[in-house]
Ligand binder design. Structure first.
Ligand code: BG6
Length: 491
């Protein structure tokens, strides 16, 4: 199956007729001055003065050291060691060896002038069995990393779950099919929050619910490689949403007062095909409906009518109390923005919108699924601010794979990545200049790493990594990003 079809996220949420639209509020102002000045060399479009520029990674994709200091196996270790997957993908037993090279990697961030770093904590390092007895040596690694980041004036954003579920929970409970996994996740999140929030002020709960559920439990293309029935899959979705709410509560109960918590979601991004008021409204309605199983229920505390009508007898079992847990107050929404899911036009039908099919000639980046539509970077945060009155948004990931062949002089002139980033950032600048409250941006990724079902074949880093020698080499995009940060503007 091609990568494009693997990432058909848009088809997983509610599809049928939508009930009354959510109360809309106008986006709040970002509150800080914007700059847009003519330099004589071209316009420089500025961002708010306190805008946070960062890079992002995740534990399994970079750390390696899978058997060190008491770490337990995760579902990704098991999945990548299956004979059929290991032959195709390799594994991340070593990956970027970040577990040992983290000090050097912090210097890579420093060289960019980055002000923030989003990383994830490996649950199986902290609880090798998923729950029960913690492994203090596991958290020691993150203590060392945090100290190194803060010593270099880099603000840590920690993600609690970036897909590396302890294998023990998959074996004992069936993983996310059981709500006990949601409870175990909350216990783990509370344990970590108690010990790290003296230094971590922002915690992302779960990275991209839609991706790991759909591909891992629905299509069998990510760990744990299952193909559950529709009803089971909807239960998994519900349990994951529940885990989001339970973990927010646990982090608040055990973390320092003032700790900011929110999800990092890859929402289904709906773009008005032509920016008329009617199409914009249609895109908002579609956004609410197509994100029903995750962000909509998290922010509204109920499943959209259209979603329930569509899933019918395959609806998950849940209680009213579950819904109030799922919608526990969050402090920010993280958005992972890569590509458009749908272009939308207004329609005189039950749903109020039509999704336009993509023509075969629509352009994409090196990864076939990664269609190029920089305006997604404007519409995703705008819809979230407008539909749900969200006052604080981070772009928790944005980036692209590229072929990254070295030129004759040995340098990596990744002009396609620069083109992609520059155009997305121009649309982000449009958003912040209109007062849409985006407070920061994290490029995916700091360095090349293990890209899940693409193994080491796809490269997303600002730094090239030679996986034989662990040598890191800045690509041209690293210089580009450094200039963006230095000017606080698109250059
Ligand atoms: C995001 C994930 O979906 O996309 C990252 O949060 C991932 O972990 C990135 O690496 C690129 O996706 P892929 O499937 O091309 O590796």
């Amino acid at each position: 199956m091609s990568r494009l079809s693997r990432r058909q996220f848009g088809k997983i949420a509610g599809w049928a007729a939508l009930g009354p639209a959510a109360a809309s509020t106008e986006p709040a102002g970002a509150g800080t001055a914007q700059e847009s000045r003519f330099t004589g060399q071209g316009f420089i479009s500025g961002f708010p003065s306190d805008f946070l520029w960062g890079t992002a990674t995740s534990a399994y994709q970079i750390e390696g050291a899978v058997n060190e200091d008491g770490r337990g196996p995760s579902i990704w270790d098991s999945y990548t060691h299956r004979p059929e997957t290991s032959a195709e993908l390799g594994n991340a037993d070593v990956a970027d060896d970040h577990y040992h090279l983290y000090k050097d990697d912090v210097q890579l961030m420093k060289a960019l002038g980055a002000k923030a770093y989003r990383f994830s904590i490996a649950w199986p390092r902290v609880f090798p069995e998923g729950s029960g007895t913690p492994n203090p040596k596991g958290l020691d690694f993150y203590n060392r990393l945090l100290d190194e980041l803060l010593a270099n004036d880099i603000e840590p954003f920690a993600t609690m779950y970036h897909w590396d579920l302890p294998q023990a929970l998959q074996d004992r409970l069936g993983g996310w099919i059981s709500r006990d996994t949601a409870n175990a996740f909350a216990d783990y999140a509370g344990h970590v929050a108690e010990r790290l929030t003296d230094r971590v002020r922002h915690i992302c709960t779960i990275n991209e619910c839609a991706r790991f559920v759909h591909l891992g439990y629905g299509l069998g293309l990510d760990a744990p490689g299952l193909k559950l029935s529709r009803a089971e899959l909807n239960q998994v979705r519900h349990n994951v949403a529940l885990a989001q709410g339970l973990s927010v509560q646990a982090i608040r109960a055990h973390g320092r007062t003032g700790t900011k918590v929110g999800p990092a979601e890859n929402i289904v991004i709906c773009i008005p095909a032509i920016e008329t008021p009617a199409n914009i409204r249609a895109a908002e309605i579609a956004t609410r409906e197509l994100n029903a199983a995750y962000l909509t229920v998290m922010l509204e505390g109920e499943y959209a009518e259209g979603y329930l009508a569509r899933v019918g007898k395959d609806a998950p079992s849940y209680t009213a109390r579950d819904l109030s847990i799922i919608s526990s107050q969050i402090d920010f929404v993280g958005l992972n923005v890569y590509r458009p899911d749908h272009y939308v036009v207004a329609a005189d039908n039950d749903r109020g919108f039509t999704l336009i099919p993509f023509p075969a000639s629509f352009p994409h980046m090196d990864s076939a699924w990664l269609r190029i539509a920089p305006e997604a970077m404007y519409w995703a945060p705008r819809h979230v601010a407008k539909l749900w009155g969200v006052k604080s948004i981070y772009i928790s990931e944005n980036g692209t794979s590229a072929t990254d062949e070295p030129a004759a002089d040995g340098n990596f002139y990744d002009l396609d990545r620069i083109m992609y980033l520059r155009n997305h950032l121009l649309h982000l600048q449009r958003a912040t200049s209109e007062g849409i409250p985006v407070s920061g941006y994290f490029v995916w990724s700091l360095m090349d790493n293990f890209e899940w079902s693409d193994g080491f074949q796809k490269r997303y880093g600002l730094y090239n990594v030679d996986f034989d020698t662990q040598r890191r080499t800045p690509k041209l995009s690293a210089s580009f990003y450094r200039e963006i940060i230095r000017h606080n503007a698109v250059v």
